[in-house]
Design a binder for this molecule. Structure first.
Ligand code: TXA
Ligand code: MG
Length: 324
């Protein structure tokens, strides 16, 4: 089917309250008509997500903010003009017409314009807003390919629009503009310093990233593989390998170092991570999926440096390590 027919089919399904998985630049979303309460309920059901956890509304042009939010500060338009379409979600006071089931019963709503040609086309053809959380089961790794969406949600999605692998690879930066002093609720590809420069104002950051690498019990389980994941430094990896070498097929490793000569197939899987944070992020979730699927028992990830451009990645890794 060509894109034109696919979009037509997707619009038809959405108008009937069905769910469509959509590609975005960050991760794939599980989309439903944001004004259709039964579609929203189906999204929570498909993900197994608590209905107190709000969804982001995706739109296709800046003027549509006014359909979803009220009392919108100038800062919101400044940010939207600079970063949309792109990986930034604005939290604003909700418009009375936005169903409470979209916002997890809160008076605020998250809104963004995603940057993916297929989804922008779909949003324009659909006309309204699409509520879309990441298209994974609750607590699991977000999908960055159509195949990963299928793995996660299979029958619960009526159509998957395959837009290829996501370019950014981790979820959008979320900024709340509800109070006079904005606060970054989730770090992402748009950095706090970029927002500070634009708004000429210091950002508060809802801090859940810890400089110390291993942080048991501090984070919600989220973005998590099925196998235990340990976030450790390079020396610990080498130490682990020397101790565990006798164990066969035990370990899946994501490290900045090249695979050492002593590590062979019988020890497990070794993936070498890219030193550029943008490229690292693009591949992060597909790397974690590959390690999770390998015939190993444990995942070891070498912690990236504690620097601004790595903070969003550190946040996801620390949450993935939570259970371990
Ligand atoms: O990049 C992304 O943001 C992706 C793509 C699909 O757009 N979406 C995504 O959605 O990551 P989800 O549902 O997996 O994560 C959305 C986060 C949740 O942690 C939710 O609590 C927060 O956004 N959120 C949404 N609305 C909110 C609100 N009104 N107030 C506070 N947080 C909100
Ligand atoms: Mg999610």
């Amino acid at each position: 089917m060509n894109n034109f027919d696919l979009i037509k089919q997707a619009v038809n399904l959405l108008q009937q309250g069905k769910l469509v998985a959509i590609p975005t630049e960050t991760v794939y979303g599980l989309a439903g008509d944001a004004k259709n309460v039964s579609a929203i309920k189906a999204i929570y059901q498909a993900k197994g997500r608590p209905d107190t956890n709000p969804l982001i509304v995706h739109i296709s042009n800046i003027e549509q903010i006014n359909d979803w939010a009220i009392h919108i500060p100038d800062k919101a338009f400044q940010l939207a003009e600079k970063f949309w379409p792109g990986p930034l979600t604005l939290i604003l006071q909700k418009h009375p017409d936005v169903p409470y089931c979209v916002t997890g019963n809160q008076d605020t709503v998250g809104i963004r314009i995603p940057n993916h040609p297929l989804t922008l086309e779909l949003l324009k053809a659909f006309g309204g807003g699409l509520a879309a959380p990441s298209a994974n089961r609750y607590g699991r790794i977000s999908p960055t390919t159509a195949t990963a969406v299928k793995e996660e949600l299979n029958e619960s999605v009526d159509l998957i629009l395959d837009g290829g692998p996501c370019q950014v690879g981790i979820e959008s930066t979320i900024i709340s503009l509800i109070d006079d002093s904005p606060i970054i609720l989730r770090q992402g590809a748009i950095l706090a310093s970029e927002i500070e420069t634009l708004l000429n104002q210091k950002m508060n950051i809802h801090q859940r990233i810890k400089e110390k690498i291993i942080v048991p019990g501090m984070h919600d389980v989220h973005y998590a593989p099925e196998k235990p994941l340990y976030l450790i430094d390079k020396l610990q990896i080498l130490d682990f390998l020397t101790k565990e070498r006798s164990l066969k097929k035990q370990t899946a490793i994501l490290s900045f170092s090249e695979k050492p000569a002593l590590f062979n197939e019988s020890h497990g899987v070794w993936l070498q991570a890219d030193p550029d944070p943008h490229i690292y992020a693009t591949h992060l979730y597909s790397n974690l999926r590959q390690l999770d699927h390998s015939a190993t028992k444990t995942i070891l990830v070498e912690a990236p440096p504690y620097k601004e451009e790595w903070l969003a990645i550190l946040d996801r890794l620390q949450r993935a390590a939570h259970r371990s």
